[in-house]
Design a protein around this ligand. Structure first.
Ligand code: NAD
Length: 263
């Protein structure tokens, strides 16, 4: 094999939380195509996700940690070390959504969104960053959102968690600025995943319009390109953040949003 055919992440290990679906599965696929072995996480079609990654010629295992539970997050990182001997790339992606005004926001939904969309990244970084520093190289990619930069009515917990993860990303980047470990956030606009399909269904139901009309309405209100961002595009950005070219990208929040936050 010539050096030009060696995949850039060959021999590296990546954990992608919430990677049985949507954006997480897209990122895991892109990292696997770049040669990384994968620890997948999340609920639902676990065997389908593992098979999809293994088909890319790398090793893939699944850990079922619930991202709202710190001890299970620690166990997931320990499992990665046990299975592969290292955690080189950590993508904090697992997330949930609930849409309601503050007055009507269920308290248990607030707590769950803050735990899964924000605190889980703290707990995973808390245990993974020292391991990366020991090896002199690492990449943490936090999947924030345009909602880490701007608000939308009805999304109090989500917007609070996503603004929080951007702040957490900056602090983690600064604490590791003199090491080979970088920490950055990706801020997608609308991506057509189950998380967004539920919002489309809710708008269709609320306004008595078709699913197609609801989809156009949601996009048209926020995303100037009127195109969904794709998990594949986000995966390619994640692979770039793992490359040498990104060595000095530290604490950044990178929008991939069809122009949403340019307005
Ligand atoms: P999705 O619903 O398709 O996938 C969510 C993943 O998280 C699934 O694998 C699910 O099993 C997992 N998950 C949920 N709760 C979990 C828990 N408690 N423990 C472990 N895993 C859990 O959603 P998605 O749209 O792919 O979202 C992924 C991330 O991208 C989220 O952080 C979301 O906020 C963010 N994001 C999504 C969009 C969008 O438009 N879809 C835009 C910006 C940011």
């Amino acid at each position: 094999m010539t050096s030009s055919t060696v995949k850039p992440l060959a021999g590296k290990t990546a954990i992608v939380t919430g990677s049985t679906s949507g954006i997480g599965l897209g990122i895991a696929s892109a990292l696997a195509a770049a040669g990384a072995n994968l620890v997948l996480n999340g609920f639902g079609d676990v065997s389908g996700a593992v098979a999809q990654i293994e088909a890319l010629g790398v090793a893939a295992v699944h850990h079922g940690a619930d991202m709202s539970k710190p001890a299970e997050i620690e166990a997931m990182v320990a499992f990665a070390i046990d299975r592969f001997g290292a955690v080189d790339v950590l993508v904090n992606n697992a997330g949930i959504q609930h849409v309601a005004s503050i007055d009507e926001f269920p308290v248990e939904k607030w707590d769950a969104i803050i735990a899964i969309n924000l605190s889980s990244a703290f707990h995973a970084m808390r245990v993974a960053l020292p391991l990366m520093r020991e090896r002199g190289w690492g990449r943490v990619i936090n999947i924030a959102s345009v909602h880490g930069l701007v608000g939308s009515a009805g999304k109090s917990a989500y917007v609070a968690a996503k603004h929080g993860i951007i702040g957490l990303t900056k602090v983690a980047a600064l604490e590791n600025a003199r090491t080979g470990v970088t920490v950055n956030a990706i801020c997608p606009g609308f991506v057509l995943t189950p998380l967004v399909q539920k919002q489309i269904d809710d708008v269709a139901h609320r306004d008595s319009i078709s699913s197609d009309a609801a989809r156009s309405k949601l996009l048209g209100e926020k995303q100037p390109s009127e195109q969904f961002v794709t998990p594949e595009q986000i995966g390619k950005l994640a692979v770039f953040l793992c490359s040498d070219g990104a060595d000095e990208i530290r604490g950044a929040s990178m929008q991939i949003d069809g122009g949403w936050t340019a307005q």
